[in-house]
Design a protein around this ligand. Structure first.
Ligand code: FMN
Length: 365
């Protein structure tokens, strides 16, 4: 299985399976002199880890990150300093229950990657989906924690803005709320609605889709390269690489199709500090593939979890028609845990373009 690496200069390779002993990543290209602590990485991991509320999978994983290489410890005994060599990070799998998956060893779960992995490789690690499991995304979050450190002043945040048909009221948007409810919702008013709704989905053994919005502030103007190295192109690609993502938008996205040119134009005025002020941000902070200095805004749609308790028609590896129902521990709405994953992918894209800009132009923004 090739293609386990993304990024050009901030280059991330992830490895490992859901039910193997461990998984992790190697970040090659992290500049020397980046200072970080294990606790800082762990804080992002803790946002993604399972078992934190009744609305996500009850798999119990501590997701403790061990940094194996590429750093020197500072005198304080806590701060690691990157040396410019590959940074390898390891996360042990501690709560695998492979027997949960025995029944799907030869049966293809509709909506999952079982059939396509078999048809492509002729062999498949069916325990938890192996490499197709979103457990792999733990390694991306670890890499994203480093990426955030590479770009000075970068602040990447994300929030869940829709579950099923229930959308937040954007007028209520408050970033402070995101850390205060089990959904990463920026709108406190929607929380009881989502709770009741997801409880009914969970009790029925069903699942539902969601939309996540990622906002990156502190992205300097000038990152991204026309025409095949666009910042929005790379962000879209990395968000689309997250398990279960079926749609990505930048800025106004598909809604831009309904706007007139007048409405869509992000008008400019000269600001006091010699930099322009944009009067709106329909573009989501990117024009011509290059960042404007405004917030970079991306959204992605997540499909409902394929693991559901009700029987669905499928086939098995021997070509028989079968009925499949997935037992085991699953997220009724994987969009919740996708929030920190989306942040990590955008952080990695911005860090990569930051280093690429410096490499090509010799200039620091
Ligand atoms: C955080 C997260 C957790 C997931 N957990 C599950 C799960 O428990 N059961 C499941 O069927 N799919 C789960 N998925 C989705 C599958 O990994 C994904 O649907 C599968 O790999 C097929 O890929 P595709 O949907 O991108 O085509 C999860 C996705 C994310 C982002």
């Amino acid at each position: 299985m090739s293609h386990n690496t993304f990024g050009h200069l901030f280059r991330v390779t992830t490895w490992g399976e859901s039910h193997g002993p461990a998984l992790g990543c190697v970040v090659d290209g992290c500049p020397p002199g980046i200072r970080f602590t294990q606790a800082e990485i762990q804080a992002w991991m803790d946002k993604r880890k399972p078992g934190q509320s009744r609305f996500v999978t009850q798999r119990r994983e501590d997701d403790v990150v061990k940094v194996l290489s590429g750093v020197m410890m500072d005198e304080d005994g806590e701060t690691m300093i990157s040396t410019g060599t590959p940074i390898s990070m390891l996360i042990e799998n501690t709560d695998q229950r492979s027997k949960d998956y025995g029944e799907i060893a030869r049966r293809y779960r509709p909506g999952h990657a079982d059939y396509t992995y078999d048809v492509k490789y002729g062999i498949r690690d069916y325990r938890g989906g192996g490499r197709s499991s979103a457990r792999e995304t733990a390694a991306r979050v670890a890499a994203g924690a480093l990426a955030r450190k590479v770009v000075p002043g970068l602040n990447v945040r994300a929030a869940l803005i829709q579950i099923g048909k229930h959308r937040i009221n954007r007028d209520n948007w408050d970033w402070e709320q995101v850390g205060q409810n089990p959904f990463f919702s920026p709108d406190a008013a929607i929380v009881p609605v989502w709770e009741e709704y997801l409880d009914s989905i969970r009790k029925a053994g069903s699942s539902i889709g969601a939309v996540v919005e990622v906002v990156a502030e502190g992205v300097p103007a000038g990152l991204g390269a026309p025409i095949y190295g666009k910042l929005d192109q790379d962000i879209a690609g990395l968000l689309m690489s997250i398990n279960a993502v079926k749609g990505v938008e930048i800025g106004d996205g598909f809604a831009a199709a309904e706007l007139s040119g007048e409405e869509n134009a992000d008008e400019m005025r000269m600001g006091n500090e010699g930099k322009p002020i944009f009067l709106s941000n329909h573009a989501g902070g990117i024009l011509g593939g290059i960042s404007t200095g405004e917030a970079v805004v991306a959204r992605f749609a997540i499909k409902p979890t394929s693991s559901i308790l009700s029987e669905r028609h499928s086939i098995d590896a021997d070509g028989n028609n079968v009925e499949v129902r997935t037992k085991g521990r699953h997220d009724p709405c994987v969009g919740i845990r996708a929030v920190p994953i989306g942040e990590a992918m955008v952080a990695c894209a911005v860090a990569d373009h930051y280093l690429r800009h410096r490499a090509q132009t010799g200039r620091t923004l």
